[in-house]
Design a protein around this ligand. Structure first.
Ligand SMILES: Cc1ncc(COP(=O)(O)O)c(C=O)c1O
Length: 373
């Protein structure tokens, strides 16, 4: 093949102006500056002579990246060395099985609080391991609210209580961190690092990075020392949390972790979780207030349980929803369709979605209602 050598980079500054407001539920919007930084560092990372994807995961340069990502997460959540921060693979979905495999004992049982699609998937995996008790479920009400912890039917001797702090598909969120008799195992995938968390009642928290913290490919797992003591023995090596607490057992997903390091640094520079939480509340309020302004739009989740991250809503005339989504796309507001299992509209407004993105959506909602209301 006789190809002309390419001397010019294909990306030009003009490409940046083509970035749209991305409301995708995940993989999701990342802070633009972290992308540009990565782009600059791509051919040669930290004088290592190659990109971060090409150097050994045992090298000093990579060590620094992973340690720094870990320290950022600990510092953001204000947690000490009694918590271990792991970077695992297999997605949050792997945790649905790995958590019970490690902590659901023979003869014991675990309590599950089911507030949406992801909790439903998690309990299915837990049943493959052992006994589970549905402590609460809002399935019959289309997951339109989060039940009050006072009403959860809990077993005080449970190995753990499983919750999904933010249900990405259904648009509800548990915002008060519960403290219960049993340690909590939480799927925090779609709200991780969007607010300060009080981890007092938790034993294990996991989050797929691809919503709020980085690209797909790494799952962040926090596990507490005391909870680890309850862990079963003789587990398959890769599925045993102990393996990863003890050492970097195998090749980690280096590039996603490298991006997590950047996104968490961006968060620290923004002022940490209190600061981002205030911005997230402002964005969510803007949108929920707009939905409530008329009966052209309506919310699918009850007040008090609404997610700050995934705002799910419908148009009163369902026949207009396709047009709404199509015109939104034409206005540079991308990926607003609700999950295929529920339909409607879902605006995922994670940390990296700027306030201007939400303002642009509200503005479009005004125009659309004026034209079609
Ligand atoms: C709350 C929640 N849990 C779990 C998952 C599954 O994550 P993964 O695709 O990383 O397995 C998702 C994905 O959207 C999610 O939103």
């Amino acid at each position: 093949m006789n190809q002309e050598p390419q001397t010019e980079a294909k990306t030009t500054p003009a490409d940046r102006s083509q970035r749209q407001f991305n409301f995708s539920a995940g993989p999701a919007v990342l802070p633009e500056e972290t992308l540009l930084e990565a782009k600059d560092e791509l051919p040669v990372f930290d004088n290592a002579g190659a990109s971060v994807m090409e150097i050994s995961h045992r090298s000093a340069a990579y060590d620094k990246v992973e340690e720094s990502a870990r320290e950022h997460i600990k510092s953001l959540l204000d947690i000490g060395d009694d918590w271990h921060v792991l970077f695992l693979q297999g997605g949050a979905s792997m945790q649905f099985y790995q958590a019970p495999l490690n902590f659901l004992t023979e003869g014991g049982s675990a309590d599950y609080v089911i507030t949406g699609r992801w909790g439903t998937k998690a309990i299915r995996e837990a049943r493959l391991v052992g006994d589970v008790n549905v402590a609460a479920s809002t399935e019959e009400d289309d997951f339109a609210y989060v039940p009050d912890p006072a009403d959860w039917d809990l077993n005080p001797d449970a190995d753990y209580v499983y919750i999904t702090t933010n249900e990405t598909v259904n648009g509800n969120q548990i915002t008060q961190d519960p403290v219960l008799d049993a340690p909590i195992v939480a799927d925090a995938s779609s709200e991780f690092l969007s607010r300060p968390m009080d981890l007092e009642g938790y034993g294990l928290v996991f989050a797929g990075a691809q919503k709020n913290v980085g690209p797909a490919g790494v799952t962040i797992v926090l596990v507490h020392d005391d909870f680890l003591e309850q862990k079963k023995d003789e587990l398959p090596t890769m599925l045993d949390y102990g393996t990863h607490v003890r050492k970097r057992f195998n090749t980690p997903p280096v590039f996603p972790i490298y991006m997590v390091e950047k996104v968490t640094r961006w968060l620290l520079n923004m002022g940490g979780l209190d600061a981002i939480h205030a911005i997230n509340k402002r964005k969510a309020t803007l949108l929920y207030d707009r939905i409530a302004q008329s009966d052209f739009y309506y919310c699918t989740v009850d007040e008090g349980s609404r997610s700050m991250m995934n705002v799910t809503f419908r148009l009163n005339d369902p026949d207009l929803e396709d047009l709404f989504l199509k015109q939104a796309e034409q206005r540079g507001l991308m990926s607003l369709a609700g999950h295929r299992t529920v339909g409607g509209v879902r605006a995922s407004i994670y940390n990296a979605m700027p306030v201007e993105g939400v303002e642009a959506l509200v503005d479009f909602m005004d125009t659309f209602e004026r034209t079609h209301g």
